[in-house]
Design a protein around this ligand. Structure first.
Ligand code: COS
Length: 384
């Protein structure tokens, strides 16, 4: 749903300009230094990018899912590390508070998140709990008005930058499954929290992940999201449903950038006396990329509109994440192929994108998890 096309177009224009004038020129620096320059972070705050999805009543822009998807498609026509910095605050780190938090929790945490003064991180994954999210071992033991949290979280995006964690921990040791999990809002400055060293990754330099260790961390009972134990797994699943449409839009944005660069190269690069875009085998690669990109974009916008209309889109969100992340992998592979040697050496940035996009098929649910969610959704719908 687009509420006001004029306002949205103005936002899309400013994001497009910001990407072209500020982010694209900084891509290499970010990759070389593994850091996003402080002045760019300030500009992101000023543009309201941290508050895209937080309601206007809390100081954000309150975008609908369709609007959010369109903004992501623009913002991601550059290195995905830039999106990653706002991604957890716009998405998985804040949405649990927004969806299931109490009015007091929203009042306290959402305004600083919307302003980008506080970065939110989503702490679900553990050394032994990745795809099997219901098997988290991090314990939260009640002690008076507090819970005491012990455990280790792994690959936590933006943990080094985070001011607050949305953390999933087991409050009921008897229940080893989803029902024993509770979601907490944890102040990142709480005593007993330590960070592991920043992970050295295949790509997405400038986006940081690391382990987060919780050792006797005392969290007020009032920080349980929604105030009720045992609902954390469902909160996490709802957050991920929305996050999957968001990531699919990210994939579409990156693929648009890759294909645009690749088409330009194919029109300029000459071999056998003519531009390589005149060769049908190159055309086939361009056409396949264009077709798959169009399909992914159509899926993302359709799922986003359905979500805005109030439909349950768990299955469609998984379809989008699955297809769009695999699509951008193929588009990146063809981009390297069409660039040939120039695609393999580091100077053109194409090999960097090839490495960057590999993550999309893994995080926020692997392709195989999406397949499971889709098939289960089909069976459930048919049985109903
Ligand atoms: N929305 C709301 N509730 C949901 C839900 C959703 N999308 N998906 C599941 N639930 C509920 C179920 O209805 C069930 O509730 P009841 O016990 O009341 O019936 C409960 O949650 C447990 O669901 P289920 O039995 O399906 O859980 P499983 O352990 O079988 O796991 C998968 C399901 C595999 C889908 C889940 O573990 C998953 O998504 N894993 C991937 C996690 C992931 O994306 N990790 C990436 C890192 S986080 S960035």
């Amino acid at each position: 749903m687009i509420r006001d096309p004029e306002t949205l177009n103005a936002l899309l224009d400013s994001v497009r300009r910001f990407v072209r004038e500020r982010l694209v020129p900084a891509e290499e620096t970010v990759a070389d230094t593994d850091a996003i320059p402080a002045d760019i972070v300030r500009d992101m705050q000023a543009l309201g990018l941290f508050g895209l999805t937080i309601p206007e009543s809390y100081g954000g822009l309150g975008l609908t899912m369709e609007e959010e998807a369109l903004v992501m498609i623009e913002l991601c026509q550059t290195a995905p590390a830039f999106r990653s910095l706002i991604g957890t605050t716009v998405g998985i780190g804040s949405q649990g508070i927004l969806m299931d938090g109490t009015p007091e929790q929203k009042d306290r945490w959402l305004p600083p998140l919307a302003r980008g003064e506080l970065i939110a991180s989503f702490a679900l994954t553990e050394p032994e709990a990745g795809s099997d999210a219901a098997s988290v071992r991090t314990r939260a033991r009640r002690d008076g008005d507090h819970y005491v949290i012990d455990g280790t979280k792994r690959f936590i995006t933006n943990a080094p930058e985070a001011g607050v964690f949305t953390l999933m921990a087991r409050t009921n040791a008897e229940d080893k499954g989803a029902g024993g999990i509770t979601a907490f809002i944890v102040d990142a400055k709480s005593p007993g929290i330590t960070l592991g060293r920043i992970d050295r990754k295949m790509g997405q330099k400038g986006a940081h992940t690391c382990d987060v260790m919780f050792d006797g961390v005392r969290v007020p009972a009032a920080h349980i999201i929604g105030g009720v134990e045992g609902r954390g797994f469902k909160t996490a699943m709802k957050v991920l449903d929305k996050g999957r449409i968001h990531i699919a839009a990210v994939c579409v944005g990156v693929a648009e950038r890759l294909l645009r660069d690749t088409l330009r190269y194919a029109m300029e690069r000459k071999q056998f006396g003519q531009p390589i875009c005149e060769f049908q085998l190159v055309q086939a690669m361009l056409a396949d990329s264009r077709t798959e990109l169009y399909a992914a974009k159509s899926m993302v916008l359709d799922a986003a509109r359905r979500r805005d209309a109030g439909d349950n889109v768990s299955t469609e969100a998984a379809c989008c994440k699955y297809y769009a992340s695999e699509m951008v992998g193929r588009v990146a592979d063809r981009a390297v192929q069409i660039h040939g040697g120039a695609g393999y050496v580091a100077d053109h940035g194409i090999e960097r994108y090839y490495r960057d996009v590999r993550l999309f098929r893994i995080y926020e649910g692997t392709s195989q998890i999406q397949q499971i969610v889709i098939a289960r959704g089909m069976v459930k719908a048919a049985a109903a």
